[in-house]
Design a protein around this ligand. Structure first.
Ligand code: FAD
Length: 325
């Protein structure tokens, strides 16, 4: 019987595992994909917004030769930390549901069942894109994850959204030689776009290298075009590829099956939990990392979410009694 099973091997799930293990608890992480799966899905060579010391876990220094770490640096760092701490991992195994009570939970996965006294849910938000809810959204040339520009050179590409991910994708695609049109629901490039990215995009739009349509909604996607409604009427924008970078949300159905209740007072449907311990309304079930923000996916990130690990581990160490292995 484990003391604690952690669902999700992202930076915060790893932080939880190593803090709990250092307190003498018997832990395992179950991860439906690869180790740090979400970061594997980020764009090639993506630069983090945070400086490296703010992404560190377990006191391991994160040395990088430049100011901000790249995706590849972070992958290397978190995977090394997991190895150094000998964190038990069950990769490519998806958690489906939970039954039982604190001290005697059974977690069902797509490969079997695991007994544990406590569960930490650190499942993030990056697996479910926010849908546009328009016809054609499921066509194969419509993507919700941007990787790199090279397959789009010489192509018409429509990027939907005007936050950091869309801004960076639009700039990179343009510089690689794609003809980019940005479709934005609001009146401008989001003011929340980082201060070193926003002027670059605004200036490329001003000089006409990127066409942008503001106050514009997508009404349909066809194999050759994106249909939009602009303030001046309907418009057909040619598109061989479409990036709908309109954000992501946590798997609320999974959270329900794990007994994690949403806060009825919170528009973002964030889980109800005690901020001092991160324990949910179901004793023995904890939430950590970005999943704690519900649909407000920028409420918690690595910088602040990594600290959930110490809170939960300290609480568990006070409560859980580890039996001999
Ligand atoms: C493009 C981009 C750039 C970012 N830059 C920064 C930055 O500079 N600084 C910063 O602090 N934050 C940044 N963030 C946010 C940060 O990456 C996330 O906050 C971070 O990944 C959260 O870690 P986490 O461990 O909570 O969740 P995740 O890293 O998302 O990990 C969740 C894990 O749970 C797994 N999982 C989900 N469901 C199941 C299941 N049913 N069974 C088993 N496993 C499951 C997933 O596969 C995943 O590996 C960025 C995010 C994005 C998208």
């Amino acid at each position: 019987m484990l003391d604690v099973l952690i669902i999700g091997a992202g930076p915060v799930g790893l932080a939880c595992a190593l803090e709990a293990q250092r307190k003498g608890l018997r832990v395992t992480i179950v991860e439906k994909g690869a180790l740090v799966n979400s970061i594997i899905g980020y764009p090639t060579n993506m630069e983090f917004f945070s400086t490296p010391e703010l992404l560190e876990i377990g006191g391991y220094p994160f040395p990088v030769s430049h100011y901000k770490p790249l995706r590849e640096d972070a992958l290397d760092y978190y995977q090394r930390v997991a190895r150094s701490e000998n964190i038990p991992l069950r990769l490519y195994e998806r958690v489906l549901s939970l039954r039982g009570e604190q001290g005697n939970f059974t977690v069902t996965t797509d490969k079997g069942e695991i007994q544990t006294r406590n569960v930490i849910v650190a499942t993030g938000f990056y697996d479910l894109p926010n849908p546009l809810d328009v016809p054609g959204e499921d066509l194969p040339h419509v993507k919700h994850y941007y990787k790199e520009p090279y397959e789009h050179v010489g192509q018409h590409v429509v990027v939907i959204g005007a936050k950091n991910s869309s801004a960076k994708a639009a700039l990179q695609l343009t510089r690689a030689g794609a003809q980019v049109t940005l479709v934005v629901r609001g009146p401008e490039v989001s003011p929340s776009v980082k201060y070193w990215i926003r002027p670059d995009l605004v200036n490329r739009i001003a000089e006409g290298r990127i066409t942008a349509h503001f106050n514009t909604c997508v009404t349909a996607i066809t194999p050759e075009a994106v249909e939009v409604r602009t303030p001046d009427g309907p418009l057909t924008i040619p598109a061989q590829f479409v990036y709908a970078l309109t954000g992501y949300h946590p798997d609320e159905a999974l959270l329900g099956r794990l007994g994690v209740e949403p806060d009825p007072q919170d528009e973002a449907r964030a889980p109800l939990f005690d901020p001092a311990t991160h324990e949910t309304t179901q004793p023995g079930v904890f939430v950590a990392g970005t999943v704690c923000g519900g649909r407000a996916t920028s409420r918690w990130f690595i910088e602040n979410g990594r600290h959930h690990a110490q809170l939960i581990a300290a609480h568990l160490a006070g409560h859980a009694v580890s039996l001999p292995r």
